[in-house]
Design a protein around this ligand. Structure first.
Ligand code: HEC
Length: 142
């Protein structure tokens, strides 16, 4: 069987070129439009989580059932019918019942709403739909 001989230097050059093309493609990835948008949303959601923590929302509210129990679980609050951005802003700025008013900057409010929206996109949580089992796991009720 005839064998094709390739000089080691040729293989080296071919691998180097492939390595360069691959490296450039990887480094350009974050600059692509869609990824850039996604990164901006993630950044804003992270800033919103800081607002959430800074103003101690978790002392009264739960995310996935974890947190304080004075207020309701807000994991999916942005998906509740009638809970538009404007309504949520009004509730957070002016308070409601036992919910105290918060004096947030516009930027803090926008970040907080992006955080709550991205929280909603992670799944649904309604602790009342879960029943604990004897082995420590949960079953989902209807
Ligand atoms: C002192 C406890 C307390 C703190 C702190 C608090 N909340 Fe509340 N929140 C409540 C209570 C109680 C309600 C329910 C009010 C009602 O229905 O009358 C509520 C309601 C809400 C609602 C409407 C929920 C629904 O399903 O109707 C949202 C949204 C909300 N709070 C967001 C926040 C955010 C964001 C923060 C932090 C900036 C925060 N809350 C801090 C007690 C609190």
């Amino acid at each position: 069987m005839p064998s094709v001989k390739v000089a080691p230097i040729t293989i080296f050059i071919m691998l180097s070129v492939l390595f360069l093309i691959y490296s450039v493609a990887i480094y350009l990835k974050p600059l692509r439009e869609k990824d850039h948008q996604k990164a901006t949303i993630q950044k804003q959601a992270a800033a919103g989580k800081d607002v959430w923590q800074k103003h101690n929302c978790h002392t009264c509210h739960q995310l996935y059932g974890l947190g304080g129990y004075l207020g309701p679980d807000v994991t999916n609050v942005t998906a509740k019918p009638g809970y538009s951005d404007a309504f949520l802003k009004a509730v957070i700025n002016n308070g409601m019942g036992l919910m105290p008013p918060f004096d947030l900057t516009n930027q803090e409010m926008e970040d907080l709403l992006v955080f709550l929206q991205s929280m909603n996109e992670t799944g649904t949580a309604n602790p009342q739909h879960y029943s604990p089992k004897i082995n420590g796991t949960f079953t989902l009720n209807d």
